[in-house]
Design a protein around this ligand. Structure first.
Ligand SMILES: Cc1ncc(COP(=O)(O)O)c(C=O)c1O
Length: 448
């Protein structure tokens, strides 16, 4: 298996052609309705898909009344069914729901609160409805500012689904080579490669990619990097990981867009933004997923000079981006993170979980590496005694754990990294529940 056999949308995917005896009549009927309306290739999770009916906090409940600890979904960051968010949306929907072409107080309060979490000089924000739209807009701002078109991304990056962003998402381009204006660099991986200086390697790979643009008469615009390299296998990396790469980008006149769609809003602990762990201030930061705890909001925070140039050339309007409803949800999320001290909780529970996972790694040699930041943890599985990716164990564990009441995902170019990414309200008891189930599932596997 090569890395390119594994595409992000195929990870842990239901195979409709597999034998279906265990599905049961209700599930078979649901599947028939699904494929009749969404088309035969629509993507579902798990060998035996699950029909969800409700969720609260870190738990989800299926149609058979079974409960699942959610270690997968990063959107409900302050918890499923959060009352503060739901009430804020309800009240706002009854009061006013309109767009940014009118003046209204709550969007400006939200913009001020959000920007107060960002370091100077990131003092302007544009609102969108999704992470994809945020990245798409960031690309447009960078093109306008630099006059360039050449972008660098990592080899297994995923940044979204608009046509421009799709071209910068090699993990979702099945078998297709990147277009001429895109260069791929290896992510700063050190477990498999044994690289002792992933920061230096990333910077020299950037330098090489920029030289290649020059050779091909393509003007360098910038790089788009997920600060935790979620689809490249969750590479928390040592503090400072991104600094040398940023210096190279700036030296060549490019701009750095940091994609915080996955790790942002406190998931990585120690503050709202994971890029801060690396001691950098990017030129643009893109946001989405957890921003509205399920209500679709995204945004781009940037410097006023970059936005001004873009706004002079382009009239950007987003009907739902920055609506009064979006602002209400966004404000409630910031309030909840603060009131319930959820970022501290991400640090506390993340450290505890990583410790317990490392304990398991001592007896279960398939676990090759445990890494991450806060409540964004990657557990890399390797063939025992080697660093060869072990995809089979992760596929099996993801499905076994789901049967045992734990939702978890896979990541990385070889799908051999277990992705632990729960709501930030995860408790110590929840963490122990997961470790207990994982231990049982590992013990049920052949020795390794
Ligand atoms: C790192 C990253 N950026 C951007 C996106 C796109 O976000 P959305 O699906 O909300 O458009 C995703 C989605 O998974 C993502 O993981």
């Amino acid at each position: 298996m090569t890395a390119h056999d594994t595409k992000i949308m195929d990870l842990n995917r239901f195979d409709p052609s597999a034998p279906s005896d265990r599905l049961g009549e209700r599930l078979k009927r649901m599947l028939a309705r699904r494929f009749a309306t969404f088309g035969g290739n629509s993507i579902l999770f798990y060998k035996r898909p699950v029909e969800m009916v409700s969720a609260k906090g870190a738990w989800m409940f299926d149609a058979e009344g079974k409960k699942y600890l959610d270690l997968y979904n990063n959107v409900p960051c302050v918890g499923h069914g959060n009352e503060r968010v739901a009430e804020a949306l309800f009240r706002q929907a009854l009061t006013l729901n309109t767009n940014t072409r009118y003046l209204y107080d709550n969007i400006h309060t939200y913009a001020e609160r959000l920007l107060a979490t960002c370091p100077a000089p990131l003092s302007n924000v544009v609102f969108t409805c999704s992470g994809s739209e945020s990245n798409d807009l960031a690309l447009q701002i960078v093109r306008a500012a630099t006059g360039g078109s050449g972008f660098i991304v990592t080899e297994n990056a995923y940044h979204g689904n608009t046509s421009a962003v799709h071209e910068l998402s090699p993990s979702s381009c099945k078998g297709r080579r990147p277009p001429p204006h895109v260069r791929l660099v290896p992510p700063p991986e050190s477990h498999r490669s044994g690289d002792g200086d992933p920061a230096g390697t990333l910077a020299s790979n950037m330098e090489r990619a920029i030289e290649d643009f020059k050779k091909n008469n393509i003007k360098f615009a910038g790089a788009l990097l997920d600060s935790i390299f979620a689809s490249d296998g969750i590479l928390g990396g040592p503090a400072g990981l991104l600094k040398p790469a940023l210096d190279v980008i700036h030296r060549h006149g490019g701009l750095l867009i940091i994609d915080e769609v996955q790790p942002g809003f406190g998931r990585a602990g120690k503050g709202h933004w994971n890029f801060a762990r690396h001691g950098i201030v990017p030129d643009l930061v893109t946001m989405g997923k957890p921003m509205g705890n399920g209500f679709p909001i995204g945004g781009v925070a940037t410097r006023p000079d970059l936005l001004e140039k873009f706004n002079r050339e382009t009239a950007y309007f987003n009907t739902f981006g920055g609506s009064t409803l979006a602002a209400a949800a966004g404000l409630a999320v910031l309030d909840e993170l603060e009131a319930e001290r959820m970022i501290e909780n991400a640090d506390r529970q993340g450290e505890y979980l990583m410790g317990r996972l490392r304990e398991l790694a001592r007896t279960h040699t398939r676990i090759g590496d445990v890494r991450g930041a806060g409540l964004f943890i990657g557990v890399e599985f390797s063939k025992p005694g080697t660093r060869e990716p072990d995809r089979e164990s992760v596929t099996r564990l993801v499905n076994d754990l789901k049967e045992q009441g734990v939702l978890i995902g896979a990541s990385g170019p070889f799908a051999n990294v277990m992705r632990v990414r729960p709501p930030l309200c995860l408790s110590r008891d929840d963490a122990d529940y997961f470790i207990g189930k994982l231990k049982t599932a590992l013990e049920g596997m052949a020795p390794g």
